[in-house]
Design a protein around this ligand. Sequence first.
Ligand code: SF4
Length: 141
Amino acid sequence: MKRVAVSACLLGKKCRYDGSDRYDRELETLLEGCEVIPFCPEEEILGTPRETIDIVEDRVVGSQSGHDYTDQIVAQAKEFVKSHPRIDQIYSKSKSPSCALCSARIYDKEGRLLADDAEGIFIKELKKAYKKAKFEERSPK
Ligand code: SF4
């Protein structure tokens, strides 16, 4: 059976920073007959609701606290890979500093936008680990 990892908010879990979801109805069909493995690194580490986080240069920091969450998110990704040695496909939520594939924003220390086509920190680790998996970013309305 195909093993598919999915950002939990796309499955309707209310795990976004403000307690909302980003339910992606089209995924229902795409996931038929698959083993689905949800993930939400931010909820695991910060809980819900929580402060938003930003990628500042090569670190992930809390937008209010300034706390550096990078090492925790990377550790969370490594733990996920250890628990799930085989993943065939990954659907991840766009624009997230954790989950985006090619749409995360990066800022400099003064808050200026450096890029808006970056990988999220969690997904970057998954890409390193799952070389044969297919990755797709999702942006449900
Ligand atoms: S985008 Fe990723 S980290 Fe953010 S709520 Fe969805 S699953 Fe969690």
